[in-house]
Design a protein around this ligand. Structure first.
Ligand code: FO1
Length: 313
């Protein structure tokens, strides 16, 4: 599974209830990692970890359920900017991660240890141990770190360009390429393609490993109608000249994805998905409850296994 944050985490929660968790490997975007108060925060990795551990906030989906914010309140005395809501329990994760990084441990090993600590059997791999940062160029505001764009500025402004600094030199984390090569199926859950999935695909060797793997690849639309389930994807698609619909997203995955799931309310777009060379799968993609997550994962798995059999024969 190639994962961004909340959408991917909710999908994984469903997949977890259907498969042996040890058979699942998640390759997670680290382009939106950032540093706050000298601490290394990996929002997507943590969202997946907390969700799979059953410890995530139900809404908005990130952070630890029931967390308090006493430390952040006290930090406000020393730092002018405390717009990134880091809870007390969440901070323990960042303190440990930062400490271990300073001792020279790779992010992948630290991520695995944190996952173990949370009782998770699924392998969670950061896309790379090397530093990659998503930079969003916004009209009149210039180049912003992803969290500044998304959280501080609430995704406002016209997006002119998106860059992943460091990605050319970044190597996939140990286990990433072999997970793709050995996979039976690859799934891209409903995540923002431009800032959650493309950073992963831009790391050297990952896209080509996927293309060579010859296993069915499925993606789920992160849009329902012209609205994202979460986040500012519609502004990004529009700003960069793409169609703001499931078709616009599917086009970004052309040549990579075999099966594209789109919402029942977008059923009329299915023929256009088909003309891109992908099999459309019309289903309910909005995951309000664990039941929805399981139903979506089950529908996708059933269809993918069928494809796998067709490909094998
Ligand atoms: N998203 C917000 O909209 N506001 C926040 O204050 C915020 C804090 C935060 C803290 C820890 C964490 O792991 C994630 C957090 N997020 C917050 C979510 C996150 O930054 C984004 O949703 C992802 O980067 C996008 O995948």
């Amino acid at each position: 599974v190639l994962a961004g944050g909340v959408g991917a985490a909710r999908f994984l929660r469903g997949l977890h209830s259907l498969l042996d968790p040890q058979r699942i490997t998640v390759i997670v975007n680290t382009g939106d990692d950032d540093s706050f108060f000298g601490l290394h925060v990996s929002p997507d990795v943590d969202t997946i970890t907390y969700t799979l551990a059953g410890r995530a906030n139900a809404e908005p989906g990130w952070g630890v359920a029931g967390d308090s914010f006493a430390c952040l309140g006290s930090l406000a005395a020393f730092y002018p900017e405390t717009w990134f809501q880091l809870g007390d329990r969440d901070l323990a994760t960042h303190i440990h991660r930062t400490d271990a990084l300073r001792r020279g441990q790779p992010l992948s090993r630290i991520t695995q240890r944190i996952a173990q600590q949370f009782g998770i059997k699924t392998k969670i791999l950061p896309m790379s141990n090397d530093r990659v940062r998503t930079i969003v160029h916004v009209a009149d505001r210039g180049a912003l770190h992803f969290q500044e764009y998304l959280v501080r500025d609430r995704g406002q402004g016209r997006v002119e360009k998106i860059r992943f600094t460091g990605v050319r030199k970044a190597r996939p984390a140990p286990g990433v390429l072999s997970a793709i090569t050995r996979a039976n199926l690859v799934i891209i859950p409903p995540s923002n393609p431009m800032v959650s999935v493309f950073p992963i695909l831009s790391v050297r060797g990952i896209r080509s490993a996927l293309q060579k793997a010859r296993v069915p690849v499925a993606a789920v639309s992160p849009l329902v109608g012209s609205k994202p389930i979460k986040g500012p994807l519609h502004h990004m698609l529009k700003g960069l000249g793409h169609e703001v619909s499931a078709v616009g997203v599917a086009k970004l995955y052309r040549g990579l994805v075999d099966l594209f799931a789109l919402d029942t309310s977008d059923a009329h777009l299915a023929p256009r998905i088909e003309s891109l060379g992908m099999q459309p799968l019309v289903t309910n993609i909005v995951m309000h409850t664990p039941g929805h997550s399981q139903a979506l994962a089950e529908t996708l798995l059933t269809e993918l296994v069928r494809k796998e059999k067709v490909t094998d024969s």
